[in-house]
Write a protein that binds this ligand. Sequence first.
Ligand SMILES: Nc1ncnc2c1ncn2[C@@H]1O[C@H](COP(=O)(O)OP(=O)(O)OP(=O)(O)O)[C@@H](O)[C@H]1O
Length: 287
Amino acid sequence: MTHALVIENLTKRYKDFTLDKISFTLPQGTILGIIGENGSGKSTLINTMLGIIPSDYSRLDILGRDLKTKPNEIKSDLAVIFDDAGYDEYFTPLQIGRFLSYVYPNWNMNMFRSYLHRFGLPAKKRLKTFSRGMRTKLEFAIAFSHDPKFLIMDEATNGLDPIFRDEILELLREFSEEENHTVLIASHITSDLDKIADYVAFLHQGKLLFFQPYDKLQNEYGILTCKNSFLCNLNPADVVFYRKEEYNCRVLVKNRFALAKIFQDMEILPATLEDLMLFYTKGEKLK
Ligand SMILES: Nc1ncnc2c1ncn2[C@@H]1O[C@H](COP(=O)(O)OP(=O)(O)OP(=O)(O)O)[C@@H](O)[C@H]1O
């Protein structure tokens, strides 16, 4: 199987922050969600991975090509959407489209026009009249119109209304299912990632806490709600973290199906990505 991304020991040191020996392998045709609190290193990982900022690593392959020796071949197969696009405010989408037809060998102007129409974007109005969400929509129209094999997004859906976000999630799902395309999304909107991620990478203070298939997370982790006094009945090996709340205690447990058999009268719900983030960053260990 060709991998969309192979990262081994990727390290970036700033004065007060280190992205520390990140390693994972992402299969082609999948959607990876990168989660983590503010400042955990998500953008740094994306920027180093794309060679935008220098870093150390023992291996970094994108779509089967080595970033050091084949950067240009890699770039033509990538679409990258950042929070802030940075196109000149005085251009219209049509002018940008004409310009991009010289940049991307596979640029499809008809497809671009049809995405502008689909996303309700005026083709002949200057970008300075566009709202933040409209600019992001334009970014997506551009990304889907040059036939990329790998779409990378850093907080790209943040300024979008829930209805358009849902449409984008649907488009991303179609995109990854067709022709083995791969998607990487760093986002704080973990509920979106719950809907579409095949893999999840969780960064915490520059370290990769885990890189796991989403289904495995769903099958493994659960949330058990109980009285504080019930905690002593749990085996610490089954408890990842717990959080005491006003009246109850919420516990992030492992092996949720096995535990559900033992505690049959208790509900153990699957953990969402937001739960995992909260427990891993704010939870307590059971001793
Ligand atoms: N050019 C730089 N020089 C020094 N430190 C930097 C630089 N760029 C980023 N950092 C630091 O690296 C850390 C990780 O930042 P990064 O932007 O990767 O986090 P993030 O997870 O994307 O955060 P957010 O969710 O807030 O966007 C932060 O502590 C930040 O201050």
